[in-house]
Design a protein. Sequence first.
Length: 508
Amino acid sequence: MTGHDSRRRRTDRTEKFGAREESGIVRCDACPILCRIKPGKLGACDRYANENGVLVRTDPLVLTQRALDAGAPMVPFAGETGDDWDGRALASDRTFITGIGSGTTYPDYKPAPFIVAAEYEGVDTVTVVSEGIFSYCGVKVKIDTDRYLGPECATIRVQGEPVGHVTTAEYGSQMLAIGGVNQLTGGTRKAGRVTCETLLALCNREAVELAIDDGSTVVTQAGRAPVVNGVEEQRMRAGCGSATVGMFAQQWHGHVDEVIVVDDHITGVLTEHQAGVCLDMPRAGIRVRGRKSTPGRYFQVANPGTGWGGTDITEPLTMIRSIDPEVAWPGMRVLLTTTTGEDSLWCILDEDRRTLLPAPIPEPVQAVVERIGENCEPSLCSVLFMAGAGGSLRAGVTENPILLTDSIKSAATRVTMGGAPVYIWPGGGITILVDVTRLPANAFGYVPTPAIVAPIEFTVPVADYEALGGHLGHAIALSEVLVETGGEADVRGWHAENPWPWKPVGQR
Ligand code: SF4
């Protein structure tokens, strides 16, 4: 066993993964590139090397371990295959073998690199472990911000190369789609390479600066706040303008005569809104710009931008189209704010009944503005890896791939990536989504085809595995994994939020 800094696994994987040629050259067949690697050299992806005529995987196999007792330290595996081993170090109640560093068999009709049998809570179970090579893959990125990132369908670029596009705006977030097979394979060689590099960095939780055509630049990193045009985003809005009016109307009542909550999509106007009607608030006679949707809800009050509420407004009073002097009254108290409470303006209507005059905001109203901010969650970037695992990868698991697909659909087989739970899309195929922050660090790799390499594990009761034509003859005991790897493995702590994969589906 080696520690986290282990660089070479010295186990001879040549029999399983490659072929020896003349002059000490080893041919790696872990992907379609089929590198011929000279002694002492690395393959094109740096993941395999020729060490004295032996093909080695340059990163160690990653095992994850959970503490059985709250607060108990992890127990290292080092030496535990020796005389002092109590036999529990690799027990299935605390150790899970991930696909990270396991290698890939290609073509996939060969059994997967590790097929591990273990008993968990009285059920004989098998986990099939591999590093999948995903040509059909990408990431869906959710950026928590109401600032304008760019028009939908706009191209996203890295190093000037197209890597994806802006998709829909969601509730307080903007969605980006990066990668995908067309982006990886359909453009120039350089565009495919840069797309692959971008995916790899995002999946491994590195920061990447994305430039959106006719929009903003966004420094994106999974689990971190986005940086939009050089400014780190702080708050994800409490709701749209209409929702914000609805949430806080009661608290404003008695302290204000009108509230306008500015929002790029739905701006709310309190006294017209049903919330104001229910509170018997008299109309204030203020008409905002934009298209009226329903009472107190306005669309398109301004252009999208990085000003107030995701609009291009920097002078908030410009959003007011008119004030009806027959309805409004001198001294009328008006609050303009945003859905995050980051911007606000308090005004009093002048004697002319047409001019709003800015004034210091009263404490009770300021408290509600601060309450809006309190209801904002921290702004984050979320990166979900999406890929198709319904192809030849299945043949490493079973002789009859459709049976694996059916088994996953019927929930008999649990799919994980680096131990992280995955969401399987309904419909055909095995289309997976996984939160990259739930995998161990640096779980992803690449090959220059170009494609992303990601760990994948299929866990299934032995009886079901046999029924789906699994390669049971290649199964080894969990305790034999270290023997297979020459005693080398990288031990990581278990992600506490992940369900334990050995548990039958439906249990945590
Ligand atoms: S690119 Fe990597 S995985 Fe593919 S053949 Fe070369 S060394 Fe092997």
